[in-house]
Design a protein around this ligand. Structure first.
Ligand SMILES: [Zn+2]
Length: 129
């Protein structure tokens, strides 16, 4: 089956508010109301893959002796507009504002994501570990 390739955004314009390691709430579709951790962010497509959600079952035919047949489960990408970020501070699904705050050991102003509900900095789990 041929899949039409969508035109991708140039990398410097591809910025998403949701990053790998974030917890998101799914707001549409069959997984609506469920939460999961972003295992992959795809900023050029505005999509994320959320662990264990938006699972599609694929039937695979055996191919010779190298591949067994059967059903495999695969997490499909979800458009970011169908998700909401869960704030690491207040635990609420929220929208994100951008700000600059003194961060790190040198307290330099760095761009951060801020929760629009509690106005605290949303932790970037991939960066701060
Ligand atoms: Zn918050």
């Amino acid at each position: 089956m041929a899949v039409k390739q969508k035109e991708k955004k140039p990398l410097h314009l591809a910025k998403m508010k949701i990053k790998k390691g974030d917890t998101v709430l799914i707001i549409t579709g069959k997984d609506r109301g469920k939460q999961g951790t972003v295992s992959r962010a795809m900023p050029q497509d505005d999509k994320v893959i959320v662990e264990g959600l938006n699972i599609v079952k694929k039937h695979v035919r055996p191919q010779g002796q190298t591949r067994q047949g059967g059903v495999i489960e695969k997490a499909m990408p979800i458009h970011v507009s169908n998700t909401m970020l869960i704030c690491t501070e207040c635990g609420q699904p929220t929208r994100v504002a951008h700000d600059r705050r003194p961060m790190g050991s040198d307290q330099k102003l760095r761009p951060v994501r801020v929760c629009k509900k509690c106005h605290k900095v949303i932790e970037d789990r991939m960066r701060s570990s």
